[in-house]
Each structure stands twice: as C-alpha cells, then as structure tokens.
Design a protein around this ligand. Structure first.
Ligand SMILES: NC(=O)c1ccc[n+]([C@@H]2O[C@H](COP(=O)([O-])OP(=O)(O)OC[C@H]3O[C@@H](n4cnc5c(N)ncnc54)[C@H](O)[C@@H]3O)[C@@H](O)[C@H]2O)c1
Length: 371
C-alpha cells in the first residue's frame, strides 16, 4: 500500500468493529437532544423523521428553547429537562445529540460515553487540544458509537468525487486551495450571539465554521497537516459586538506529511456578486484540477481536454448523516465521521487558529494529541 493510501486507510478504518455491538434492527433507538437551539432543533426534526428513533428527552437551559423542542417532539412525549446531567442518568436514553455551544461539547460527550450512551456530537468536537485528547480517549474506551457532526462526510457527490480522485482521475494531488468566505458576520444580536463572538466559547470562525471545509481538505488529501503558519485579525468588526475576541478574517498555509500544501482563507466580508464564490475546495492534481464544493467538474491541464464531471450531481438524501448514525448503532456500519475524523478536523482547525494567534509556525506534534 502506498503511503498515501495507507494514510487514507488509517483515517477511514475508524470504528469498523462497531458491527460487534450493533443493536437489533427492530428496536427504536431512544434518543435525547441536548441543546435545542438553531442546530439542535434541526437535528431534532431529523430524529423525528427517522423511523428507527424515538425522542425520550430534550434538554436546554433556556426555557423558551426547551418548550419549543418539547412541542416539536410532542408525538413522542419526551421528558423536558434543564440539567444535561439528568439526561445522562436516564435509562430510557440510549443515544444523545449534543448541540450546545462548542466549549461544552467535549465535557458533555465524554460524560455521555461514560454513561453508556451513543453520541452524535456537533462540530467542533472540542476547541482545545486537551479536550479533544480526552474525548478521543473516552470514545476509544467504549463500544458505543461516536459520530461527529461533520455532515459533509455524508455528501454522496463529494464522496464519489474523492473516490475517483483516489483512483487517479486527476493524477497525483499537488496542492489544495480552499476558502470559506461569507457575505456577513453572524447576527450580533442573534440567538448564538451570547457565545459565538467569544473565542473561549466558540474557538473562533476557523474552529467553529471552517472546520467543515478543513475536514473536506483532510478527506481528499487522506491525511492531516503536520504544520501551519498564518495570520488573522479583526479588520472590519473592531469591538463589534463589544468585547469581540474572534477574528473576522485570516489566511493560513498548512503542510501535510506527504508534502502537499493547502492554502486556506476565511473572511466575513465577501460580497455575493464577486465572481469567485464564497466557498470552494480546489484540488490541483498532475492531470488537472477540480472544485469539490462546486459541482466536481474536472478541468484538465491539457488545454485540448474537455472539462467533465467527476461525480454526477445528485439529490442528497435528507438527514443522511442522521441516518448514518442510526445505521452505525443498529447495523454496525462504520460511521462516516467517527472519532478519528471528528478529532482530526477539530485539531486541524485548532492548529490553524494557533498559527494565526501566535503568528508563527505551529506543528501538529505541539498539540500533543495521538490519533
Ligand atoms: N453541522 C452543522 O452544519 C452546524 C450548523 C449550525 C450549528 N452547528 C453547531 O451546533 C452547535 C450549536 O449551534 P447553534 O447555532 O444551534 O447555537 P444556538 O445558540 O442556537 O443553540 C445552542 C443551545 O444550547 C443551549 N445550551 C447552552 N448551554 C447549555 C447547557 N449547559 N445545557 C443545555 N443546553 C445548553 C442554549 O441555550 C441554546 O439553546 C455549535 O457547536 C455549532 O457549531 C453545526
């Protein structure tokens, strides 16, 4: 096996052994959602649509959010709880979704795994190296399913394009250029405003949002970066909202063990009309290049060659990532976003954030997490 394929294999082999503890398919998995805000409500809806799931508890510290969730899930008559630890004590909860602000994810996920629950934990699974390390340890010490909310791993078109790239469709990968630019900041007085702009709670834009895009870069490269350098800052939204500690732009270069360079930029002032769209993952190979987020058209280097689709455009199934979670629990299929995927994505974002914050080259080994 080549070094490239060996790394890919190591990253995707993950928890294939889950089949050993799959539940029988006739059971409905008794499920709780902790944190029923914007994302938690969306996940709750997905759980309700899943034929093999039943909502037995919902949990939020905000009474209005909790009431809304209990109403949404009224069909299943769930317990409505304000204390997440009480959710984990319940014997009628087998699986939990964690959709609270990022700084709480690792602590809640570790406690849930220790309580014997299957865990679907929103991204980023942790915002510090220590929290990711502790969660990796907890996930690997149990036979319960752990899935990160890195749902792009369940996008069939991207998965299919990456399979073609592995088969040599674009030649050897030479370089990746990716960005996550948005036309605006998150609303300052919106529901997430009480945590998002505090770097100690969200981790910042790169860790909280770009973690999706960085995960796709890791996925296609089949590895994780070994070092990063970069710069970031607050250019437009100075002290806006007051006390803001997260950057509004940044530029980072990552280097992977196989020598591939990945250049990543982010900002929240990208006008819609600009010709280059706000988000892309350009993968440059020795035969040509493809944008994994832009329809997967392959553009050959040879100017005589015609552009062609690497993977057909297709309707992505609704809530595919939620289906994957229940499939891992009930059928033992490997999760597409297991602890290795979730931890690698979070650590890549943390690496980039540290490089920008420290203004120097930061190495993967400095993070001190064995994967
Ligand atoms: N996978 C995705 O594409 C995606 C999309 C959006 C958000 N997210 C992630 O989901 C998480 C939540 O984001 P959001 O936009 O829903 O934020 P939000 O502020 O709308 O929701 C968070 C909820 O958690 C609740 N909460 C806070 N502390 C709690 C505690 N101790 N116990 C119980 N509940 C608590 C809050 O009251 C709030 O209702 C974040 O990690 C975010 O990154 C993921």
């Amino acid at each position: 096996m080549s070094e490239f394929n060996r790394r890919h294999f190591l990253m995707t082999a993950g928890l294939a052994a889950h089949s050993a503890f799959a539940q029988t398919a006739s059971q409905r998995v008794r499920t709780a959602v902790i944190g029923t805000g914007n994302r938690g409500s969306y996940l709750l809806q997905g759980v309700l649509e899943h034929p093999e799931a039943k909502v037995t508890a919902v949990c939020d510290i905000k009474p209005d959010r909790l009431d809304k969730a209990a109403t949404l899930a009224a069909r299943d008559n769930p317990k409505a709880l304000r204390d997440w630890r009480q959710v984990l004590e319940r014997s009628d909860v087998e699986a939990v979704y964690i959709a609270t602000p990022p700084h709480l994810h690792a602590e809640m996920a570790i406690a849930a795994l220790k309580a014997g629950k299957h865990v679907y934990c929103e991204k980023p699974i942790g915002i510090t190296p220590a929290s990711v390390r502790d969660l990796v340890k907890a996930a690997r010490s149990t036979n319960k399913v752990f899935q990160a909310g890195q749902q792009m791993r369940s996008y069939r078109q991207i998965g299919e394009a990456i399979r073609k790239i592995r088969e040599g469709a674009i030649g050897d990968i030479l370089m990746v250029k990716a960005q996550r630019h948005q036309g605006a900041d998150l609303p300052h007085d919106g529901p997430s405003g009480d945590w998002y702009f505090d770097v100690k709670k969200s981790g910042g834009y790169l860790i909280e949002m770009s973690v999706h895009n960085l995960d796709v870069c890791n996925w296609v490269i089949g590895s994780h970066p070994v070092k990063a350098s970069g710069f970031g800052g607050i250019a437009l939204y100075k002290n806006d909202p007051p006390g803001r500690t997260i950057f509004d732009h940044g530029s980072i270069t990552f280097e992977y063990a196989n020598g591939i360079k990945m250049s990543f930029t982010q900002n929240v002032f990208h006008p819609r009309g600009l010709p280059a769209g706000g988000q892309y993952v350009y993968v440059y190979g020795s035969k040509g290049a493809v944008d994994l987020l832009g329809g997967t058209t392959f553009y050959p280097l040879d100017s005589k060659g015609e552009p062609k689709e690497l993977a057909p455009k297709q309707e992505e199934p609704r809530h595919a990532h939620i289906t994957a979670f229940y499939s891992a629990i009930l059928k033992g299929t490997p999760s597409p976003a297991d602890i290795t995927v979730g931890a690698t994505a979070a650590l890549t974002a943390i690496l980039g954030h540290e490089a920008m914050s420290k203004g120097r080259v930061v190495t993967w080994s400095e993070l001190g997490v064995e994967l």
